[in-house]
Design a protein around this ligand. Sequence first.
Ligand code: SF4
Length: 452
Amino acid sequence: MALTGIQIYKLLPKTNCKECGYPTCMAFAMKLAAGQEDLSKCPYASDEAKEKLSAAAKPPMRAVTIVTNDHQLTTGAELVMYRHQKKFFNPAPLMVRVKDTASADDLNETVEEVGNYSVDRVGMTFTLDGFAVQNDSGDASTFASCVESVKSKTDMPLTLIATDPNSMSAALEKVGDSRPLIYAATKDNIDQMGQLAKKYSCPMVVKSSDGLDELAELSEKASGAGVEDIILDPGDRDLHNSLVSFTQVRRLALRKFEPFGYPIISFPGEGASSVEEEVNLAAQHIAKYANVIVMDSFSPAIAYNLLTLRLNVYTDPQAPIQLQSGIYQVGSPDEKSPLCITTNYALSYFAISGEVEATGRPSWILVVDTEGLSVLTAWSAGKFDADGIAAHIKQFDAADKVNHNSLILPGGVAILKGETEENLPDWKILVGPREAPGIGGYFRQNAQIWEG
Ligand code: SF4
């Protein structure tokens, strides 16, 4: 169990020597209790203290890695219940399930389609994360052939789903040096599955069919048998029960209840009666608190929405996604092209650049450093003002880029027009639309500025 700050303090030397970097032993103890410091920073900690504090220093949730030749997928190692307390670290991998009863053509098509899916968003490229291959046939050699076939077509990490240890063993023989996730050890097969996990150095899921008490027992049994990388399946599938059990497991993990100090896996399709329900479940599990998600449905629309949600949930709330300030090109603009201005909050930039691109009119976008704040937030915080706009116009030689000296302000900050004109007397300050989707109409209505 975790120790409180006071309990930890009683184990420290209490000399306040400051060598750990903190002014008092109490301050250091509080940091240790929060899991934000390492006891090794105190050179005077006794052996007894080290032993007793090892639980406090240990991360509440283990990081588990699934490996293929070229990919390494790490999940878990989360430290908080709510992202605003710190942040979430390892975005939950999204895998797609394929079954060994599928025809070769269907299997190839799914693996190719999922493997090739990629989308650019806010300057980053997102893909799905792997495949879960299921022994639906119940036949060991069919399963092994299917796993071998999938592995020959993709380097993405794999989860192997089988209840029969013989099928699992046959499949593991086919994956070479990869370390797929074994799914799953249950009360009926945990001894054999645990032996396979150790033999092949693979992470392993323990799955409960009878609530969290059984899950804790299975987890303890697996770790007691020497399996270090464990993932938990509480067995609940529907919206309500999966929310309750996932939340309890995360909460207890953070309280250092060791049997639950591992990531959680979810199967949204198993709790859904339609694709829409599966996506709803997956969205819930991304937010609370799955660390690996196996989907039965795939389409670019589903993937895009879930990946976007995941990006938002796993973005550090104290460090918005930012761009470098500067002048960016949309298409191949020239001196007659429009010049827009926005802030360096990535979503602001990509919203406006996407809409500008859709107009087909090449343009310049001047990005002002507002420490990652969006337009209105930056304006209300005093970080997007006329002085800053003028400074960026000069710093990035905007006058050399265009011959019309017209600058389009976001409509939401029309109030800056007068002051910006005072700061930039050689420029004509225009007020653009309030929202990015209005840029197409705005360009059409004012086309004479850039075509005249
Ligand atoms: S180094 Fe150890 S003894 Fe010194 S202040 Fe820090 S915790 Fe206390």
